[in-house]
Design a protein around this ligand. Structure first.
Ligand code: UDP
Length: 426
């Protein structure tokens, strides 16, 4: 059996003050016909990255809504994760393809994991490409299978896309963060477009006073009297930590007192992570004002929260980005946020209104200088940003979307409950 993740307990009632009354009533109404339905979420890791972040909130809330929900982690050796990382990179546009042996490794692990999954569910939700092919081994399944893509598919390496597409076509529905990510190919299932969400009540996002935040970051050696820039993200070239260091260096010419924190956990399905971590440390060249921290330094959710709250600006200088929950988290904390003009980030930041979108280290530095020079104007943008997140990117909305989809797959009437759905080749 595939490993079960313990997600703890959450109560929908606690979200009543955050979501509108109409939304809470709609969630209850949509959940009613789904009572007792069995759902399994399958993903590659329970730790590190956006999928884990979302599931720890979504799953307990689905349970509280009355469904029977499990989250299971597929198994893989280093050989598998080397291949899945290649696939991840290729789907985000890296030209390197897969050779026959790598394709075979991927297929073998799909079969092995499928053999460990019982076909007892009403809904099987498969996250990202790592378990995408398990579906092939359940031709008689009575479950509805949904594939949820979390990465930036706007300009994929076509040969690798063609490798995974036949599996995606077998699903009953696919979900993408953005319309631009939907492949323009025939034969796809209905494709739903909805962004992920953050949990405003989780330790990562709960209200933290500036005093408490300063108290926490101080323990990592940060001088809390001097300004701080922070980027929170896995050590991954697409997150461009080296570009962040370049930007910081430019800012430092103007504001010598500036400090930089790069906070990045290591996901266990990411074999490149350590290499890239080491490269980042080397690139920082021993600068005492650059703090490179990870879960190995005990940076957990509350600490990430504190770094975000305490920062003069939060950066997410990505080159590709599925959605960028770190941007959502920063905006929710009313932080001036500077982020790459890519992927899901552009759905969150309206340049010049709710934050700053940048295309280079120089632009990133320029935005930071603006923020440090005029914190009042920066705060105004951040306030708009927070409001935008409140309306669009909090968990109750995400839960509602899932409930609509499950009802639609069962053929239940969902009139009045709209979710964006596009047919594939449109
Ligand atoms: N995260 C974290 N600690 C870290 C790095 C990342 O808790 O050291 C969290 C981060 O706060 C966010 C998620 O991991 O909630 C990353 O999601 P995002 O969509 O930004 O990127 P992904 O990792 O999925 O590409």
């Amino acid at each position: 059996m595939l490993q079960l993740v313990n997600v703890g307990h959450k109560s929908l009632a606690d979200y009543a003050t955050i979501a509108t009354r109409g939304l809470m009533a709609e969630i209850r109404r949509l959940a009613e016909p789904l009572a007792g339905k069995r759902v399994v979420h399958l993903s590659a890791t329970a730790f590190g990255g956006g999928v884990a972040e979302i599931n720890y909130t979504l799953i307990p809330l689905m349970q509280d809504a009355g469904l029977e929900v499990e989250w299971r982690i597929i198994r893989g050796g280093e050989d598998f994760y080397n291949v899945t990382k290649l696939i991840h990179n290729a789907l985000q546009g890296n030209p390197q393809g897969l050779d026959d042996e790598q394709r075979e490794i991927f297929r073998r692990y799909q079969a092995e994991n499928a053999a460990e999954l019982e076909d007892i569910y009403d809904f099987v939700v498969v996250h990202d490409p790592q378990p995408v092919g398990m579906i092939e081994h359940f031709p008689e399944s009575r479950a509805h299978w949904v594939w949820r893509g979390h990465i930036d598919f706007s300009a994929p390496n076509e040969s690798v896309f063609d490798f995974v597409l036949p599996w995606i076509k077998r699903y009953d529905a696919a979900i993408f963060h953005m319309r631009d990510y939907v492949p323009r190919r025939e034969g796809l299932p209905p494709c739903y477009i909805w962004p992920p969400a953050i949990d405003p009540l989780a330790p990562k996002n709960m209200a933290l006073s500036s005093e408490d935040a300063a108290y926490i970051v101080d323990q990592f050696g940060i001088d809390v009297e001097r300004p701080l820039l922070t980027q929170v993200s896995r050590f991954d070239p697409w997150k461009d930590p080296l570009g962040v260091i370049d930007a910081y260096r430019i800012v430092k010419n103007r504001f010598p007192e500036i400090q930089l924190a790069l906070v990045g956990s290591m996901a266990h399905d990411d074999p490149e992570g350590w290499d890239y971590y080491n490269q980042t440390v080397e690139y920082a060249g021993g600068d005492p004002d650059v703090y490179i921290l990870s879960n190995l330094n005990n940076v957990g959710s509350v600490e990430v929260n504190a770094f975000q709250v305490h920062s003069s600006a939060v950066l997410q200088k990505s080159i590709r980005e599925g959605f960028g929950l770190t941007v959502t988290e920063a905006l929710w904390k009313t932080r001036p946020t500077v982020a790459g003009r890519v992927g899901g980030i552009v759905a969150q930041i309206q340049d010049g209104e709710t934050g700053w979108l940048v295309d280079s280290a120089a632009e990133c530095a320029e935005a930071c200088v603006e923020i440090l020079r005029d914190p009042r104007e920066a705060r105004q943008r951040a306030l708009y940003g927070k409001e935008f997140v409140r309306r669009n990117f909090l968990t109750p909305r995400l839960l509602r979307n899932w409930l609509v989809l499950f009802n639609q797959l069962l053929g239940n009437d969902t009139s009045g409950a709209e979710v964006a759905v596009v047919s594939a080749a449109s």
